[in-house]
Design a binder for this molecule. Structure first.
Ligand code: ZN
Length: 159
């Protein structure tokens, strides 16, 4: 651990690249959150609204109008990502941030429909932000990380 921190402190470029890659992965996850979280929130709200109406004596006979085309079990992990046009599951190889978009030339492998530029855009913006923070605060970022770890262990030992 000490050696890794020392290497990162000594080599700003390595730290910047590692943080950039981490930013790419986080950007990829943000894309999932941006698409799925509003649907999850709407479903939660719909369920609560239904319960409140039933508590107040309203009869809800017909099932609520389906707001989205997603399966019943739907969260940040399940189901696997799929093309919104042909519903073909997206393989791990097609899910590499930015690289897959470039290799697929921005089109679905199954139906050739265009993939939104928003996905690689968000990945690049997140990666660039992480890389810039690492480049600018490099040493301090490592020191803050290190002292936080030290403090956590110190507190733990003396509890
Ligand atoms: Zn498709």
């Amino acid at each position: 651990m000490q050696a890794i921190i020392q290497t990162l402190q000594d080599n700003l470029l390595i730290l910047t690249i590692i943080c950039g890659i981490f930013g790419l992965l986080l950007g990829s996850f943000l894309n999932v959150v941006i698409f799925r979280y509003p649907i999850m929130l709407f479903r939660e709200w719909e369920t609560m609204a239904k319960e409140i109406l039933q508590d107040r004596g309203f009869k809800i006979s017909a099932p609520a109008k389906v707001f989205d085309q997603q399966p019943e079990k739907f969260n940040l992990v399940v189901p696997r990502s799929a093309c919104p046009n042909c519903e073909r599951s997206i393989s791990s190889f097609e899910n590499i941030p930015v690289i897959s978009y470039l290799l697929l030339k921005g089109r679905c492998k199954g139906c050739n429909s265009p993939i939104s530029i928003r996905y690689p855009f968000i990945e690049i913006i997140t990666a660039a932000s992480f890389a810039m923070v690492a480049w600018h605060f490099g040493l301090w970022l490592a020191i803050i990380g290190r002292s936080t770890i030290d403090r956590l262990f110190y507190c733990h030992e003396h509890d």
